[in-house]
Write a protein that binds this ligand. Structure first.
Ligand code: FAD
Length: 487
């Protein structure tokens, strides 16, 4: 008799459960962002309750959430980092339901959008401030028409390009019966057919997809600059993800997206060490020793790095090898005040679109300016993204009134190049894992969760599959590429 699918999964779990009920193991996770929180969540969700597992999580900050963080501007809270989720970000959708979080409905685009080239708006949609939904709908239709007049059928091709990427990405939500555990990012991307998109630039991919140069230079560039602070020379996959983050139905969590990480950590029975930075990870025999800046030392059976290593000074012993990459720094400047219409060649503030995007020009001091909240006619909170810090003098010329200015310098996401070279998920031959290896494919809250889920399965299959449980049953490798396990 041959066993497959759910029956095999059940037997695997029972065997795992019986064999491991006596053992006690510690998983140490470095980083309490959505990646680290998701690893903890999926480890708990996928392991039998009899598994005696301690999960320690280390976070150098005093709060969890990492790049999901809020900023307080004059007593009001706004997203400072990761702000929008796609309607098909299914882990985030599940987290929201599981944790009983409230969703902010997508906002209307009736405040208008414009593309600024440093001297003029090369494109501007209609801007009508109305509380009436039917007016919103008419404005939205008129704006779609304006876009179509400028960019033509290329817009449809762009939509198809994004849709095809999103559909491929959906394979990462398939059940364990059809979805392997991936040992490398390359293998994971090849399985969905997304790998090739990381080998070429977005500009090349879009030209092949038949998009006009005007659409690529303007609208597409505006979007990649807003979402990743980068030009269309970025890799095709990250570019496509960025375009997906400009469509309809985008959402966020009321009170802050960081609550996803907080809720997952809370319900995953995690020993959380806040204000504790890990400065070294050493492999000692079959264990890892993690040393923190507080002078404490922890012995772990499994170590998981859930933060980008590119700008970190963690000492590994023995050393680990990851491709050198740079983080793109995004300076987020929050201003409560009022824009200066003269800077944009306008007579009044309402003529300035709610979202000002920019074309690729190194002389432009900002990549985007958007309205976060309109408090009154002359009192508005804005968010400015820029590649360099916004100088006081430039802010003084862009704004006529500034009551409060807050600056955040984010080591925001990878600087994407094509072809991408990926760091390994498994940093040594044992049990040192790196969730953010996947970030060089694309950096979003959801991609972090998807990578974390795979890492959790990888841990359960590689670590707990290596005890004398029936390995043949645990390893149901299908294409010979790495360990493929039913959990
Ligand atoms: C400005 C900005 C806008 C963005 N917009 C979006 C968006 O709209 N939608 C979207 O989906 N994504 C967006 N992103 C990307 C998204 O924020 C990230 O992809 C995602 O949050 C990464 O999560 P993570 O858990 O992998 O890493 P992080 O959130 O960076 O978490 C890593 C954690 O590890 C901690 N840490 C680091 N080193 C150590 C150490 N040695 N010891 C202990 N702790 C350590 C850090 O303090 C941090 O809390 C944006 C990012 C930025 C910066």
């Amino acid at each position: 008799m041959s066993l497959s699918g759910p029956a095999l999964s059940l037997i695997s779990l029972l065997l795992l459960s019986a064999t491991l009920s006596q053992a006690h193991d510690t998983v140490c996770i470095v980083g309490a962002g959505i990646g680290g929180a998701s690893v903890a969540h999926f480890l708990r969700q996928y392991s039998p309750s009899t598994l005696n597992l301690t999960i320690r999580m280390f976070e150098r900050n005093g709060v969890v959430g990492g790049r999901m963080a809020t900023v307080n501007v004059s007593g009001e809270t706004f997203e400072a980092g990761a702000s929008i989720l796609h309607p098909k970000n299914f882990h985030a959708v599940n987290y929201t339901q599981l944790l009983n979080l409230t969703v902010n409905s997508p906002s209307s685009d009736s405040g208008g959008f414009g593309i600024w080239d440093g001297e003029k708006f090369v494109f501007k949609t209609l801007s009508v401030r109305s509380k009436l939904p039917f007016v919103d709908r008419i404005v939205s239709l008129a704006n779609s028409l304006l876009l179509f007049v400028r960019y033509g059928y290329s817009l449809v091709r762009m939509e198809r390009f994004v849709e095809s990427m999103v559909n491929s990405f959906l394979k990462y939500y398939e059940s364990f019966e059809t979805r392997p555990v991936f040992e490398s990012v390359d293998e994971m991307l090849k399985w969905t057919g997304l790998y090739n998109l990381t080998a070429r630039t977005l500009a090349m991919e879009l030209a092949d997809a038949g998009l006009s140069p005007l659409l690529i230079q303007e609208l597409v560039t505006v979007i990649t600059r807003i979402n990743y602070g980068q030009s269309v020379s970025m890799s095709g996959l990250a570019g496509a993800v960025s375009l997906a983050g400009s469509g309809g139905g985008l959402w966020s969590i009321k009170g802050g997206n960081w609550q996803m990480a907080a809720g997952l950590i809370d319900r995953s029975d995690v020993v959380l060490h806040l204000h504790e930075e890990i400065e070294s990870i050493s492999s000692i025999g079959e264990n890892y020793e993690l040393n923190s800046t507080l002078g404490s030392s922890y012995t772990c059976d499994i170590a998981v790095v859930a933060t980008p290593l590119d700008e970190l000074n963690v000492q590994f012993s023995p050393s680990v090898s990851i491709p050198k990459r740079e983080l793109q720094h995004t300076h987020a400047t929050f201003v409560r005040g009022l824009l200066n219409p003269a800077y944009f060649g306008m007579n009044s503030v309402p003529e300035i679109p709610d979202l000002v995007g920019t074309v690729e020009d190194p002389d432009l001091p900002f990549t985007s300016i958007s309205i976060l909240k309109q408090h009154g006619g002359k009192d508005i909170t804005y968010k400015i993204f820029s590649r360099k810090p916004m100088a006081e003098a430039i802010l003084d010329s862009i704004f006529s009134v500034r009551k409060e200015t807050i600056r955040i310098n984010w080591g925001a996401y990878p600087h994407y190049t094509a072809p991408e070279v990926f760091a390994p998920f498994i940093l040594d031959s044992q049990h040192l894992y790196y969730v953010n290896a996947f970030e060089n494919a694309a950096s979003t809250m959801e991609t972090s969760a998807v990578a974390a889920e795979n890492v959790a399965r990888l841990i359960l299959s590689r670590y707990f599959g290596s005890v004398p449980v029936n390995l043949k049953i645990l390893s149901s490798s299908s294409d010979g590429g790495g360990v493929h396990v039913d959990l």
